[in-house]
Design a protein around this ligand. Structure first.
Ligand code: COA
Ligand code: AMP
Length: 638
């Protein structure tokens, strides 16, 4: 345990617990106070209420505009010349800073262009773009006019984009000619064209940012060059939004192949981000904050775009990789160049750095004394990576846990309050506003040290999802049905005697590959579609670099004539084409039968534990115990 504070631990722990207890006992009073952190057009008279679906909603009736909070407000306060966005792109050798005034002007222009295309309040806009400033501009332009954006991670293949087009039914898709992955140029336009073709919903317009690395051909009548788009309309002002109006939809992997459209509203989101930028990250207006994630993920939404700008910080938008752009010293260069005060990154990125520069020798070329705190999330911070970071860095390394659904962290050491001692492998305490419990399968609350399902007592705090886009029944069944009154996180873990939380991994069919959340169900659909496959299962197994990678188990149809290597090549290609290369599907095991219970449920957890070398129990309900030996042998020889 390393010390992180000067205040006696017991005193600090009591302070944490007192604030949490108050937030749990008086949620309305607590969140009314937090609502004062942002400038409302009309302060909400109601703090917590139920909507027509019966879901908890924060700040109904409050009026605001998220883009105004992120941009115009700072300009009006005389801070227009301060840096808002830093575009650092070793991928293209471009380094540009945009002030609050410049970004506001750009966003107003893009918002005017969207308006000219007929996009208005409540209309959806899909953004399928790489890590360029135009992506942030597109998001903020939607927020400015009340359009609902849905950013789709650039690594997704065309069928995944098509599914999102059909679910969100956007008027317009904003995209780019290409993205850049290390030295590879990834053409987006063929993927966009294919997705538009596959989708049943007809998109009226696609706007394409032509990048110099690749020029896309445009479809006449449908596609518009980004530069022509920007010239289309006059700059427009901010539309007044209700706190409960949707800001964005972000699709995330659930336990089935179909992604869930997590809906985020305006008011709760803005308050939650203002609260977390201060309380969790401890950054002040004018400081530089950097989340090295992708705008396609929730971290990018909350802590590349909205959070830092609402807090009046300079935010770094980084188009590069932790290594080979050009080397494993890139992170240190960015931190030094822009005097980053808080840095947020996925552990997998540091595992890549550690592999290339085990001693952290490149760090000696830079002065990163500006860095106050490093935050990691996206997957479990494995203790070896923690110790490495603790060793090479001079600042505290904070593991914190959250989900697309919550939009901001659930558990974290709180930089503003003073850091509690760090226990490697733990996330410290639940953040005030979250009432976290550990339940067994039957809904009994477990005691300290006992591992079970991590749940959150209703109401979830502001910012957390109030529904799944156009599918409230799924919101109820996925999150609330299992333990009425408690939100099911899908993660397993335990709490220790001091209240420190340990999240050990998903207990459902969601996996985390290099910090990217994927559904095994999604991959199973692709594997099952192969003509040679009778039955299959995909599970996430441990991987030293990527945290987890998928492993496919297949039962072949009788009489098919294909080798395992041939099938593997077909399946790898299919997953890359249908889901995306970032799924890292590379491992396949042929089995005679899948292990199942007598009721037909595939024993995915048992397979996963066997593959990971963890202890496992074979349930008494298994229909054919012999299959376990076969799989164990197969796994040993793979
Ligand atoms: N667009 C297109 N393709 C992408 C992509 C994107 N945005 N992201 C990944 N891919 C592709 C890669 O090019 C690679 O393709 P290949 O198999 O043809 O080489 C494949 O998906 C696998 O990518 P990845 O798993 O990311 O491995 P990598 O070796 O390319 O990079 C890391 C390794 C560690 C550098 C990278 O995974 C990383 O930076 N991870 C951090 C992720 C993160 O920040 N997540 C957010 C959590 S908060
Ligand atoms: P996403 O919705 O993509 O942000 O992924 C959320 C999931 O990532 C969580 O449900 C966890 O399984 C995992 N996760 C995120 N942060 C952490 C962390 N700090 N420790 C353990 N798991 C994490």
């Amino acid at each position: 345990m390393s010390e992180g504070t000067q205040v006696p631990t017991s005193e600090l722990l009591e302070q944490y617990q007192a604030v949490s207890a108050r937030a749990a006992a008086e949620p309305e009073a607590f969140w009314r106070e937090q609502a004062e952190r942002i400038d409302w057009f009309e302060f909400p008279q109601t703090i917590l209420s139920k909507d027509a679906n019966g879901a908890d909603r924060w700040y109904a009736g409050g009026k605001l505009n998220t883009a105004w909070l992120a941009l115009d407000r700072h300009v009006e306060a005389g801070r227009g010349d301060e840096v808002a966005l830093i575009y650092d792109s070793p991928a293209t050798d471009t380094y540009t800073k945009y002030s609050y005034a410049e970004l506001t002007e750009w966003v107003a222009k893009a918002a005017g262009a969207l308006t000219a295309l007929g996009v208005g309040k409540g209309d959806r806009v899909i953004i399928y773009m790489p890590m360029v400033p135009e992506t942030a501009v597109a998001m903020l332009a939607c927020a400015r006019i009340g359009a609902v954006h849905s950013v789709v991670f650039g690594g997704f293949a065309a069928p995944e984009l098509a599914v999102r087009i059909d679910d969100a039914t956007p008027k317009v898709v904003l995209s780019a000619s290409c993205g850049i992955e290390f030295d590879k140029v990834i053409e987006y336009k063929p993927l966009l064209d294919r997705a538009v073709e596959l989708a049943k919903h007809k998109v009226e317009h696609c706007v394409v940012l032509q990048r110099m690395q690749s020029e896309a051909s445009l479809v006449a009548g449908r596609d518009i060059d980004w530069l022509d788009f920007e010239a289309m309309g006059e700059p427009v002002g901010c539309t007044t939004m209700d706190a409960t109006d949707p800001l964005y939809i972000l699709y995330t992997s659930g336990t089935t192949g179909k992604p869930k459209g997590v809906l985020r509203d305006n008011g709760g989101h803005a308050v939650a981000l203002a609260y977390s930028m201060d309380v969790v990250y401890g950054v002040d207006q004018g400081e530089t904050f950097w989340a090295a994630s992708d705008v396609g993920w929730v971290v990018g939404h909350s802590f590349i775009v909205y959070g830092p700008l609402i807090a009046g910080c300079a935010s770094v938008l980084f188009e590069g990789k932790p290594v080979r752009t050009p080397d494993a010293g890139t992170f240190w260069r960015v931190i030094e160049s822009y005097q980053v005060r808080a840095f947020f990154v996925a552990p997998t990125a540091f595992r890549a750095v550690k592999k290339e520069d085990p001693e952290g020798a490149l760090l000696k070329n830079y002065d990163i004394s500006c860095l106050r705190t490093l935050f990691v999330a996206g997957e479990r911070l494995d203790p070896p990576t923690y110790y490495w970071l603790d060793d090479v860095l001079h600042c505290p390394v904070i593991d914190h846990w959250w989900q697309t659904e919550t939009g901001w962290p659930i558990c974290s050491n709180l930089a503003r309050m003073g850091l509690l001692p760090i226990k490697p492998g733990s996330l410290a305490l639940p953040i005030p506003g979250y009432d976290l419990r550990i339940f067994d399968e039957d809904g009994n609350e477990l005691s300290a040290g006992e591992e079970g399902n991590v749940v959150l007592k209703a109401p979830l705090p502001p910012g957390a999802l109030p529904t799944v886009w156009e599918d409230h029944a799924r919101y109820v069944s996925a999150y609330w049905e299992r333990y009425p009154g408690y939100y099911l996180t899908g993660d397993g873990g335990y709490v220790d005697e001091e209240g420190y939380v340990y999240v050990m991994g998903r207990v459902d069919d969601v996996i985390n590959v290099a910090g990217h959340r994927l559904s095994t169900g999604q991959m199973e659909e692709v594997v099952a579609a192969n003509a040679a496959v009778a039955e299959c299962a995909v599970v996430g197994i441990k991987d030293a670099d990527k945290g987890q990678v998928p492993l496919g188990l297949v039962v072949l149809k009788d009489g098919v004539n294909i080798t395992v290597d041939e099938l593997k090549a077909e399946l790898v290609a299919a997953i890359r084409a249908q889901v995306g290369a970032f799924a890292n599907f590379r491992e396949l095991l042929r089995v005679e039968r899948l292990p199942k219970t007598r009721s037909g449920k595939i024993l995915r957890q048992t397979i996963r534990k066997m593959a990971d070398g963890d202890s496992y129990e074979v349930p008494s309900t298994i229909d054919d115990p012999a299959i376990i030996d076969e799989i164990r042998e197969g796994l040993a020889t793979r």
